[in-house]
Write a new protein. Structure first.
Length: 107
């Protein structure tokens, strides 16, 4: 193969790999969101869990998202709940939750 063909093939392969990674990330984030929604709804009944969930997911690392997402299959454990609460207490999550609360209250 010539260099241009090899370069083109490499670009196509990297693009396909990137697309696969994005799909996997999206699936993990969606599964993690369902778990976090469950935890928030159980811990804070009556609150709209979605904005809080988004803040927790945004503050979580990729590894934490995968750990939380696994609870969508294995079930939410006390450790999962503690992990979600710990992430929710991080400064970036607290700030996000506060901003979303003001928005929800019309502020």
């Amino acid at each position: 193969m010539t260099r241009p063909v090899l370069a083109f093939t490499a670009i196509i392969a990297l693009t396909a790999c990137e697309a696969t990674n994005q799909v996997a990330d999206t699936v993990a984030r969606e599964r993690a969101k369902s778990v976090v929604n469950t935890v928030v709804a159980q811990r804070f009944p009556g609150l709209n869990a979605a904005p809080i969930t988004d803040c927790v997911i945004d503050a979580a690392s990729a590894g934490e998202i995968i750990q939380i997402a696994s609870a969508s299959v294995s079930g939410v454990t006390p450790e999962t709940t503690q992990q979600v609460i710990a992430i929710a207490q991080r400064p970036e999550a607290v700030q996000c939750i506060a901003q979303n609360s003001l928005t929800l209250l019309g502020g």
